[in-house]
Write a protein that binds this ligand. Structure first.
Ligand code: ADP
Length: 465
């Protein structure tokens, strides 16, 4: 397995690598190219002085200007013409150059197309020094008043070895200080960043028990706050699921036990009392067995939805035909029960649905309308209506309705508004959560409008193909 490091170590490591890389680059550039930078700059300043002098030839205060220019640029200037020979600035290397050398320089400059030349390996021996000095001379020849004037600008070359070694030792010191500062910075940063992460980490160990406490995490970071909120939400969901699981077990075992008791009871009664062996009693046993079967079907469906992504088998169907077939399933039953069950159709459109699944949803809506309808005159309506560019398929009932607070929860699995749930009709508390999963798989908008004690209208919206 790959070795894992704490975030603190990683942060220190990354920052150190970055700083060392930057320092190394600066060090390399400074020490390697310093010499070249120096020479290039020197040459630039020599040539620019020579050009300025060339422009000023003929000025009244030529002498002063040139003196000032050579001082401020720390260069030596010598202007030689057929008539005059000026030499400016104090310790001027050019002063001591003899006429032969001047003539040699002049002839080399004249030979250039642009009338200028840089002598970058000129050795000059001053009379009071042991070793000859290396100088740069920039020479430019111009014509003025039919006179040929040679402008010479020169400067000594300071050997940079000492400068470079100073820079090197300075770098060692600066690098050590920066590395130390980086480590301190990384530790401070990691404290800020890691503290809330550690808190989240500690708290998340309690998540499986549903004991995540978001208030124990203090952070100003947006991302970490979101993570904290996400875990808090997961914690709530875990608690909810835990509670729902307990409720389901209670409900399911109750729902299983009751029909089983009835089946066993009626069976024994019919065995012991031959006169009770009649159609009515057999029907009770069949009804109760069907109730068991529906409950088991619901449970199987819900476990399927959990296990695999639901696959839909869509076909194009006539919405009105489809709704009529659902209506017919309940028509007889409602007639015998004196329930006012009606079908209200809108335009005949074609829709693309998984017929079996959508039927399952509508059966669930209608079963609920039968279950939760305690009015003397029960009214249930199955229908479709056009709203904007879509059609709303609904099941309306004038039943007990749903409290506003409960509306958002009824689509949750195992949620039952009334804990003392009724047994007159089949219901496991998972019907609507199944409907929700199936409608979402279809990509359909769905919902419920309801008024406690007045009515409920469960619906989904569908567009024609
Ligand atoms: P079940 O009906 O098995 O309890 P459902 O998931 O189908 O489970 O419904 C969840 C809850 O929503 C029901 O327990 C009930 O409280 C409420 N409910 C659903 N349909 C209606 C309705 N038509 N009228 C009133 N309450 C309803």
């Amino acid at each position: 397995m790959k070795k894992k490091y704490s975030l603190r170590v990683q942060l220190v490591f990354i920052l150190l690598i970055f700083v060392i890389a930057v320092m190394g680059l600066v060090y390399f550039v400074q020490t390697t190219f310093l010499d070249d930078f120096y020479k290039t700059n020197k040459i630039k300043s020599l040539s620019s002085v020579a050009y300025s002098i060339a422009d000023m030839i003929g000025d009244e205060d030529f002498d002063e200007i040139i003196e000032h220019m050579s001082m401020s640029n720390e260069v030596c200037v010598r202007v030689v013409s057929n008539k005059e020979d000026y030499c400016y600035s104090g310790p001027c290397t050019l002063k001591g150059i003899d006429n032969n050398t001047i003539n040699m320089i002049a002839s080399e400059v004249v030979a250039q197309d642009n009338g200028e030349k840089l002598f970058d390996n000129f050795r000059y021996q001053r009379h009071f020094q042991d070793k000859p000095e290396d100088v740069y001379i920039f020479a430019k020849m111009i014509e003025y008043d039919e006179e040929r004037i040679l402008i010479l600008v020169s400067s000594g070359i300071t050997p940079l070895n000492t400068t470079i070694s100073t820079i090197k030792s300075q770098y060692l010191l600066i690098s050590s200080i920066i590395v130390a500062m980086t480590i301190i910075l990384a530790l401070i940063l990691s404290r800020f960043i890691l503290k809330p992460i550690k808190q989240i980490n500690n708290e998340s160990k309690n998540l499986s028990k549903g004991e995540y406490d978001a208030t124990k995490v203090a952070t100003n970071s947006l991302e970490l706050s979101e993570l904290n909120e996400g875990l808090e939400k997961a914690n709530e969901d875990i608690l909810k699921a835990e509670k729902a699981k307990k409720e389901l077990l209670g409900n399911v075992s109750h729902d299983l036990r009751t029909p089983l008791t009835m089946i066993v009871g009626y069976g024994e009664m019919m065995r012991d009392l031959p006169e009770e062996n009649n159609e009515d009693n057999i029907n009770v046993i069949i009804d109760e067995a069907k109730r068991l079967s529906t409950l088991v079907d619901d449970l199987i469906d819900i476990s399927k939805i959990d296990a695999i992504k639901l696959e839909l088998n869509r076909t194009e169907v006539d919405l009105n035909d489809f709704l009529s077939s659902v209506y017919r399933q309940y028509e007889k039953y409602c007639q015998t029960q004196k329930i006012d069950f009606s079908l209200k159709l809108s335009d005949d459109i074609k829709v693309s649905i998984d017929e079996k699944r959508i039927k399952q949803i509508l059966y669930n809506f209608i079963n609920n309308s039968l279950n939760y309808n305690n009015k003397d005159k029960q009214v249930i309506e199955l229908g479709s209506e056009k709203i904007d560019d879509f059609y709303r398929v609904y099941v309306y009932d004038n039943g007990e309705g749903i409290e506003a607070n409960d509306i958002k929860n009824i689509w949750d699995r195992y949620y039952k508004v009334d804990k003392e749930h009724k047994r007159h009709h089949i219901g496991s508390g998972i019907g609507l959560s199944l409907a929700k999963e199936l409608l979402e798989a279809h990509g359909l908008n769905y919902g419920v409008e309801s008024q406690k004690g007045e009515y409920s209208k469960f619906y989904f919206d569908i567009k024609p193909v």
